[in-house]
Structure formats: structure tokens, C-alpha cells
Design a protein around this ligand. Structure first.
Ligand code: GLN
Ligand code: ZN
Length: 766
């Protein structure tokens, strides 16, 4: 018998981003909701069939979502704040989109719910908001409808839900604070899950998967009790008719494994990539309850590389020492990997054979399951195993000696900028002559259809480089004029020449590879196409200098140079697995350092080095934060800017940054100024800034650019007022919360006019 195979979740955006395209068309008024429904249905059917054909036993359903699965969970629990209910939409999807993107129209004006990073991924979830008036009850039929839809196709799926513990831990109250878990709340949430399980048993589901990724985090007092309280109420609903797989990922659950095991789940899903040693140790220490199957998450849901079968088999074999009941599973949902390598024709076969995207990972899952139950002789004779081993024998790509030499030559002084920041800030204030509360933007301006079309034409060779450059220059000129007109202080060139803040740099660095279609969902319909780190990294030639110098030549204002930092480039690429992240980041830091110095030499006085994704790979367990990450990530940033003149002002920018808890580490990056997202999250970070005596000047975003909504001048003024309550006015910058690339001109310019007007109004009152 072959071990059971299970997929935790499958990408839903579509092989060619069909879901993104139809939803965006609907938002623009070019498609109906019926069109959206039809495309969604087709995609679900296609994805189930692909998995069925690959021989996957437990195929997920309800992993589909129009925007985000945590938002779906909130809606399923009837956790819909009143302000969205009051819009009184007819279609549930209209409410869903209002919650996820905000709404401004004839029915009212509401901001979107906050959006946060999903654990250590570049996926973002919508933060559920539970109000005192929220009545928790089963709302809607989405999971059941999707189960039935698959059943009609002859596929009995394994419904997937985000679990009640993770849901409650990620939800906030109407003051953006953590929830107070009253007995009543716990009981009502548990009752909905129990009802869902019972319904699925009736509908004929054999398994249901409940995801509890929050279990891999450090526990606060009361957490384990909360978990037990929830599941001891929920599990009886099985009534012997359906099996519950408690699924965890992105880390280990060693600290609660004993408790989880004792609760008698039918399956426990463990991530055997991240946190594998701890998970394995816990299983051997506490054993596996009778009747419980361990779902061995050996197929990585977060990389694009081929699975190393020998390693995976070693893990499955180790589990089998403890229990015969082992299923083979993906380590997490495949949501975080691209669809398929099919069509990546520009990559040579010798390269492509090292890659496995979602579809290819299904094949791996099956092969591993077969091998897992094979004898030693059968494994020795297996062509699949031999072919796999070949991929991992020998070096994939020769090391770059010059890069190694440069890294070996670094000294402590290369990581320290002189003089001390307080002194630099004084010198910079004099040199730059900016007003109090200087206004600026994060870098990019709307990338209109026209710009993207022109870039496509250039890529296809339909226009010359000169023609393309002239076109971009015209865009820059117009953008600068517009910024001058509305009165921004520190200008940007607009980043029109960049397709993406990481890919653009990758294309100008040695060591990177690119795909045509390897898109991954980031939030809602937004997808990213990370480049691949294939070999040692170095800078081939100056990257941004010509554009920034050109832009500076077109204005008397200070023009900010715009770079992406090494940690972010790595975090938003597919990293190598044959050398450490630290080594790859250091190589990147040296490459960007060369660019910083060239920008400075070209007369650029303010240089922003974006570390949008710094927080992303912060380990989930606090004890690992410094030793496994910050101790090298923060110095890597310092290495990038340590050699500039005291008067050159270094900015950085971070997205969705919940960084209260690493505020000192961020200060230790030693930038002069930081801008960050704060408008869509809460403003608690301001308290942290205050308490930490944060030295870096800071621009907490004053409005949310992820929503098409235009903030009013009063609203922004009020926001600045909040900021000034917590920060010294000399240290405050006024800016939106992120780049404007995904927005349209129609909302961008009025929003910025309001921003400038608000800053001026506040200045006048100082
Ligand atoms: N400079 C980039 C931009 O403005 C930063 C984007 C980001 O933080 N994600 O687009
Ligand atoms: Zn950002």
C-alpha cells in the first residue's frame, strides 16, 4: 500500500492569473460578478482535476478565495463589522471587497480592514475585526458549496478551514487590540466549527483539514488553555463520521505537541522543512496517539527547488520508527509557489530540471509516497530516486572568486557609518534646507497602462532603447513637474523604468535568473514574480545612476535616489539553498553598496534604500530572532550605506511593519530617516517609537495606498496630530504609507494634494 498523499492548499489565482484579471476587470466595471463566478468555478475545477490526475488522495477544497482565506473565515463566522453591513450590498462579494479594499461610492465611505503579513510569507491577510455587537454564527455556505461542486466532478475533497485558535489570535477588537477571549466568545466560535464539521460529515467528506499555523509561535499565558478549550468543544462533532486533520506549518509545535497529541485528532500535520528537528524530537519523545496519522510535511510549499528525496525519505522513515500511520504531505499550502514550470521555455533544461512549482510538487509528493513504502531493494532500483539524487550531486554553479575575496576582506569598520547619527542629522538639516514636517513619497508613481505597454514594446524589440529611454524621461519630467506643482519637498523620479523593485535590480546583477510566468499571490489580486538566486551575486554595472542623475538635473528640489536593500532583494527572491541566507545577503549588500556610492558621486544627496521586507523572514519564535536573523540582517544594511558622506541622507522604507518589538534593531540599521506603513494598521508603533527614544527620523504613513479611496485633508491633518502627540516634530516626515505604483493617477494626485495641504496647515500652527 502506498502512503496517503495530501495537499494542504493549491494556488488559486490561476496558471495565467485568470482570477486576478477577471476580478480587476469587475472592479473597473468591465466584467460582471457573474463573470467572476464563472471564471472562479472553472479554475477550481481545473485545479482539482490536476491534483486528481497527479494521484493526490486528499485534495483540498475551500482553499479558493476571492481575496483572502482569513477574510473568508471571518465572513463564515459572521464577523463583519457594522460599517460594512450598513452599506447593505446585495451581493456578498460586494461586502467582501468593501472589507478588503475599502469602499467609496453612493452607498457610503469606509476604509478597508487592516492587512498584515501572513507569518513569514509575502502573502497578506485581512485582519478580522470583532466588535462588541458581533454575533458569531455560521454565515453563508461557501465551504459546502465548493465541496459539492467538486463532488459533482467526481472528486471528494478534503475541505480546508483556518482554525479557531489562529482565527482568534489574528483577530482584533474594534480598537485594534488583541481580543479578550471570553468564555462566551470561545463557545460561540467553537460552535460554528462544530456545526461545520457535522455538516461536512453529512455531505460525505471523509477528512476535514483545520489549519492552525499560529501554533508554531511562542505561547502566551492562556494560549494552550484556549486551544484545548476550543478543540475539546469541537472534536465531539465528528461523531465517528469524519476525520479531522489538525494542520500546522511554517515552524514546529514541539512546545504543544504533547497536548495536541492527547486531544486525539485523526491527523496531525507537521512541517518537516521549517522546524523539522524540533517536530521530530517531539514525536519521538511523546509518541503518536493510537488512531492518529502524522501528516509528514516534506514537500516544501515555499521554495521552487526540487525536493531532495533522500532527505524526505529519511524524515518519513524516522517517523515510521514511532508510528506506522504516516501520510505524505506538502509542508504548507502551495499557495506560496508559482503554478507550473510549463512554459518557462527561456530557461535551459539543465536549469529547469532543478525547479518544481506547484504542479511539479504534486508529482514529487506521489513519488515520495511510493518510495516511502518501498523496500531498500526497491529504492535502490528506483529510477526516480536515482534521477533525483543526480540533481543534488556535484556543484550546480561555479563560485565567483572575486565575490568571495571581497567578503573575506571586510572588517568591522565596514559596518559602521561615521559620525554618529545625531551629528549627521544636524549637518543634513543644514545641507538640505528642508522645512519642518518635510513631505515626500515612497518612490513609485502610478504605472499606467501606457507605461506598461511601452515597456512591453521595448522588451519585444518593437521600439529602440533610445525611444524607450525618451519615453521614460518624458514620464519622469511630467512627474517631477506635477510634484513641484503640488508642493512636495523631497521629490522622486517615479520609478517608471522599473517593472518591479526587486526584479529590476536582479536584472542588473550577476547571479539571478528570471521566469516568464512564475507569479505568486501577495494580497488580493496582487501577484509578484520573484527572481531566482542561481549563483554568486555581484553588480554588473551601475543600475539607477543615470536615471537619478537625469531626474536631479530636471529640478532644483532635492531628488531622492531609490534603491532596494539586500535583505528585501533576498526575501523577495527565491533564495539558493546551497549557501546560507546570510551569505547571499552579504553578496547583495556589497553590490548595492557600490550603487549607493555611485549615486552619491553623481550628486544625489538623499538615497532611499528600501527594506520593505525586512520583517518578513524574522523567525516566528522570538528566541531565534537575533541569532538566526537580525544579527546578520541589520549589519548587512549598514554595510550598504556605511561609506557615504555625513551630509548624504540615507532613508529606508518598510511595509506593513509591525515593528514595535524590533524597534531598537531598526534604529540600529542606522538610517537617517525611515518611512513605514502605519495608516492601515494601528498607530501603536508610535508608542514604541516614543518609548525606545527612536533616533531615526520617521514618516509613519499618513494614508493607505492599498485602497483607491482618497483621504481628505482633515483626515490627514488629524493623523499628523496623532503622530505629533508621540513624536518630536523635528523628527517627523509626512508621506503616504507605501509606493504609489499600483494606484491610478485619478486618486494619487488629489490624495497627495491633501497630504501637502495638511502638512502645511499643521506647520502653520506650530
Ligand atoms: N520604492 C518602492 C515604491 O515606491 C517601495 C515599494 C514597497 O515598499 N513595496 O514602489
Ligand atoms: Zn512599502
Amino acid at each position: 500500500m502506498t502512503a496517503l498523499t495530501s495537499v494542504s492548499g493549491f494556488p488559486r489565482i490561476g496558471q495565467n492569473r485568470e482570477l486576478k484579471k477577471i476580478i480587476e476587470a469587475y472592479w473597473k466595471g468591465n466584467a460582471t460578478l457573474d463573470d467572476v463566478h464563472a471564471t472562479a468555478k472553472e479554475l477550481r475545477a481545473k485545479h482539482w482535476r490536476i491534483q486528481a490526475e497527479a494521484g493526490v488522495d486528499l485534495i483540498p477544497s475551500n482553499d479558493f478565495s476571492y481575496f483572502d482565506q482569513l477574510l473568508d473565515t471571518a465572513i463564515l463566522l459572521n464577523v463583519i463589522p457594522e460599517r460594512y453591513r450598513n452599506l447593505a450590498f446585495e451581493q456578498p462579494e460586494e461586502t467582501l471587497f468593501a472589507m478588503s479594499r475599502g469602499y467609496q461610492g453612493d452607498k457610503g465611505d469606509v476604509t478597508a480592514l487592516p492587512m498584515k503579513k501572513w507569518f513569514t510569507t509575502n502573502y497578506h491577510y485581512i485582519v478580522p475585526e470583532i466588535e462588541p455587537s458581533t454575533e458569531i454564527k455560521l454565515n453563508g455556505t461557501k465551504p459546502f458549496d465548493e465541496f459539492n461542486e467538486a463532488k459533482e466532478l467526481g472528486i471528494t475533497t478534503k475541505p480546508v478551514l483556518i482554525g479557531p485558535y489562529t482565527f482568534l489570535k489574528l483577530s482584533r477588537d474594534d480598537n485594534a487590540q488583541e481580543i479578550d477571549y471570553s468564555e462566551e466568545l470561545v463557545a460561540s466560535v467553537a460552535a460554528v466549527y462544530a456545526e461545520v464539521i457535522a455538516r461536512f460529515a453529512e455531505l460525505g467528506a471523509e477528512w476535514i483539514q483545520i489549519d492552525e499555523p499560529f501554533l508554531v509561535l511562542d505561547k502566551q499565558p492562556g494560549d494552550v488553555e484556549l486551544f484545548k478549550n476550543l478543540y475539546s468543544r469541537i472534536l465531539p462533532a465528528r461523531d465517528g463520521k469524519i476525520k479531522v486533520l489538525l494542520n500546522t506549518y511554517f515552524g514546529h509545535i514541539a512546545d504543544v505537541y504533547e497536548t495536541v497529541n492527547a486531544l486525539g485528532f485523526d491527523g496531525i500535520g507537521l512541517d518537516l522543512n521549517e522546524g523539522k528537528d524540533e517536530n521530530l524530537a517531539a514525536v519521538s519523545q511523546y509518541g503518536v496517539a493510537e488512531g492518529t496519522t502524522i501528516f509528514a510535511g516534506v514537500v516544501n510549499g515555499r521554495n521552487i527547488w526540487r525536493n531532495n528525496y533522500a532527505v524526505s525519505l529519511g524524515l518519513v522513515d524516522a517517523l515510521k520508527q514511532v508510528t506506522p500511520n504516516v501520510a505524505v504531505s506538502t509542508a504548507s499550502s502551495l499557495l506560496h509557489v508559482p503554478f507550473s514550470t510549463e512554459g518557462e521555455t527561456a530557461l535551459k533544461p539543465e536549469v529547469l530540471k532543478h525547479f518544481a512549482f506547484a504542479v511539479e510538487k504534486l508529482g514529487e509528493l506521489k513519488e515520495i509516497a511510493v518510495l516511502a513504502d518501498s523496500s531498500d531493494e526497491e529504492r535502490k532500483a528506483s529510477a526516480a530516486l536515482a534521477a533525483n539524487q543526480d540533481l543534488f550531486d556535484g556543484t550546480r554553479v561555479a563560485p565567483d572568486a572575486a565575490v568571495a575575496e571581497r567578503i573575506a576582506g571586510l572588517t568591522d569598520a565596514d559596518f559602521v557609518r561615521q559620525p554618529a547619527r545625531a551629528e549627521r542629522q544636524k549637518l543634513q538639516r543644514e545641507a538640505l534646507g528642508l522645512p519642518l514636517l518635510p513631505t515626500t513619497t515612497i518612490g513609485s508613481f502610478p504605472q499606467t497602462r501606457e507605461i506598461r505597454a511601452e515597456r512591453a514594446r521595448f522588451r519585444k524589440g518593437e521600439i529602440t532603447k533610445d525611444a524607450y529611454d525618451e519615453f521614460i524621461k518624458a514620464q519622469i519630467d511630467a512627474c517631477i513637474r506635477h510634484q513641484e506643482e503640488i508642493g512636495l519637498d523631497v521629490l522622486v523620479h517615479g520609478e517608471f523604468e522599473r517593472n518591479d523593485m526587486v526584479e529590476y535590480f536582479g536584472q542588473n546583477l550577476n547571479g539571478f535568473l528570471f521566469t516568464k510566468n512564475a507569479w505568486v499571490q501577495s494580497y488580493g489580486t496582487r501577484c509578484v514574480k520573484p527572481p531566482i538566486v542561481w549563483g554568486d551575486v555581484s553588480r554588473a554595472k551601475p543600475i539607477t545612476v543615470e536615471w537619478s542623475a537625469y531626474a536631479q538635473s530636471r529640478t532644483d528640489h532635492v531628488m531622492k535616489g531609490m534603491l532596494t536593500g539586500p535583505v528585501t532583494i533576498l526575501n523577495w527572491s527565491w533564495p539558493r539553498e546551497d549557501i546560507t541566507h546570510e551569505q547571499q545577503t552579504q553578496q547583495l549588500a556589497l553590490a548595492i553598496r557600490d550603487e549607493v556610492l555611485d549615486l552619491e558621486a553623481a550628486g544625489i544627496k538623499v538615497i532611499q534604500i528600501d527594506e520593505a521586507a525586512l520583517r518578513e523572514k524574522l523567525p516566528l519564535r522570538k528566541t531565534d530572532w537575533h541569532s538566526k536573523y537580525l544579527d546578520w540582517a541589520v549589519p548587512a544594511f549598514r554595510l550598504v550605506h556605511s561609506a557615504v558622506k555625513p551630509t548624504t541622507q540615507i532613508h529606508t522604507h518598510m511595509c506593513y511593519s509591525e515593528f514595535n518589538d524590533i524597534i531598537r534593531d531598526i534604529d540600529a540599521m542606522d538610517a537617517d530617516v525611515i518611512s513605514f506603513e502605519a495608516s492601515r494598521g494601528d498607530l501603536v508603533v508610535l508608542d514604541a517609537i516614543h518609548e525606545a527614544n527612536f533616533e531615526t527620523e520617521a514618516g509613519p504613513g499618513v494614508y493607505d495606498i492599498h485602497s483607491p479611496r482618497i483621504p481628505s485633508e482633515e483626515e490627514i491633518e488629524e493623523r499628523i496630530g496623532e503622530i505629533l502627540k508621540k513624536m518630536d516634530v523635528e523628527k517627523v516626515w509626512i508621506n503616504p504609507d507605501c509606493g504609489l505604483k499600483t494606484r491610478g493617477d485619478a486618486e494619487t494626485w488629489p490624495s497627495l494634494e491633501h497630504l501637502v495641504a495638511a502638512a502645511k496647515a499643521v506647520r502653520a500652527k506650530l
